[in-house]
Design a protein around this ligand. Structure first.
Ligand code: SF4
Ligand code: SF4
Length: 82
């Protein structure tokens, strides 16, 4: 089921398609901090040991949607045409 997070209504999230690759977190941190460090990303993908998944955006998210462009599995998609 797809949903949006209130901090970024421009991206639809479909966790059924998410593999946990963290490409989204890596590209966000590289874009805004010039370093590949998932901990600095403004999107957060979480997985529990029971394989439950979650996704959220921090208050610092600029809604640029670059992370969605780098989600090759289709778990993140723009709600608006570029
Ligand atoms: S890039 Fe897509 S598939 Fe990979 S962790 Fe992020 S949302 Fe999930
Ligand atoms: S929309 Fe932009 S700022 Fe927000 S998490 Fe994605 S890449 Fe980072």
């Amino acid at each position: 089921m797809s949903f949006v997070n209130e901090n970024n209504p421009k991206i639809l999230i479909d966790l059924d398609k998410c593999t946990g690759c963290l490409n989204c977190q890596l590209i966000c941190s590289f874009t805004y901090h010039d370093i590949f460090n998932p901990a600095l990303a403004r999107i957060r993908i979480e997985r529990t040991v029971d394989d439950d998944k979650g996704a959220s955006f921090t208050d610092e998210c600029l809604q640029c949607s670059i992370c969605a462009d780098y989600c090759v599995y289709g778990a993140l998609s723009r709600t608006e045409v570029k």
